[in-house]
Design a protein around this ligand. Structure first.
Ligand SMILES: N[C@@H](CCC(=O)N[C@@H](CS)C(=O)NCC(=O)O)C(=O)O
Length: 261
């Protein structure tokens, strides 16, 4: 399919957007990427692709919003290689369920943690812009980073308490993912939709210097390998040390998000 027929609307550094870009590459679908500014999609998204979050996609006149609906549409558009086991296969439903958990539970974790970090060091946000073609020069955007960090934190419900709860739940969530890898549901040579959904989140978590040691050396670390190297980094030492001490303690089964699929 020719580039231009398919447009992908993204925010720089967005992990569900990275999941879709990896799926497009896997299926060799040409596309045009449109980089938006943080929060701009709330106003521009409805006009451009019919939604307020990214990823959003246009295929000709068709508009699709959300990483999971876009994955389903890409499989219909170019069935090979498939992102899901065939409907009759036993793992079909389990991959869908792991993908749902990756979207509805895990995806928000690095978002809230990074927002908590950007509130402390707004300048770190710029590193996530990578090679994005932003509509304004970076020097013009720099003074707005502290306010952008505050608005993003409000939008994503990223308060200190939620970031601490996320850190406390994370070890249990990583164990869940390692379990799926041990069962062969995730971590295969060619990624499925759940690998891309969860792997893009692991890759973003690895970019947070204080969180990286919780993941390094675990089987789930290799899910980040389905993606090109991450641009963007929050240096270690930005998140309060006492928050991390909680994460290193035994996982709290009652913590939000620690339930398994
Ligand atoms: N879970 C949905 C939503 C994704 C989502 O919330 N994306 C973030 C960027 S990572 C976004 O658009 N945030 C801006 C906002 O909520 O205003 C999906 O996977 O498509």
């Amino acid at each position: 399919m020719a580039a231009g027929a398919t447009k992908l609307y993204v925010l720089p550094g967005s992990h569900p957007c990275a999941a879709i870009e990896a799926a497009l590459a896997l299926k060799s679908i040409d596309y045009q990427r449109v980089d938006l500014l943080p929060l701009a999609q709330v106003l521009a998204g409805p006009l451009l692709y019919g939604g307020r979050t990214v990823p959003g996609m246009r295929i000709g006149r068709e508009r699709i919003v959300g990483s999971r609906p876009i994955m389903r549409r890409l499989d219909a558009l170019v069935p090979d290689p498939p992102l899901l086991p065939a409907p009759g296969e036993p793992d079909h439903g389990r991959v869908l369920e792991a993908e749902r958990w990756g979207d509805e539970v895990l995806q928000a974790v690095p978002r809230r943690l990074i927002d908590a970090a950007f509130l402390r060091v707004p300048a770190a946000m710029e590193s996530y812009a990578g090679d994005a073609k932003l509509p304004l020069p970076r020097a013009m955007l720099r003074p707005a980073l502290p306010l952008t960090a505050k608005l993003m934190a409000i939008k994503n419900g990223a308060r200190d308490e939620s970031a601490q709860a996320d850190l406390a739940a994370l070890p249990g969530q990583l164990e869940q993912i390692d379990g799926w890898i041990a069962e062969g549901l995730l971590g295969g040579e060619r990624p499925n939709a759940a690998d891309l959904q969860i792997g893009s989140t692991i890759r973003l978590l690895l970019s947070i210097g204080d969180v990286r040691p919780l993941i390094e050396g675990r089987p789930c670390e290799r899910l980040a390998g389905y993606f090109p190297p991450m641009t963007g980094e929050v240096p270690a030492g930005v998140l309060p040390a006492e928050w991390l001490a909680r994460a290193q303690a035994a996982p709290d089964p009652a913590a939000p998000g620690s339930r398994s699929a």
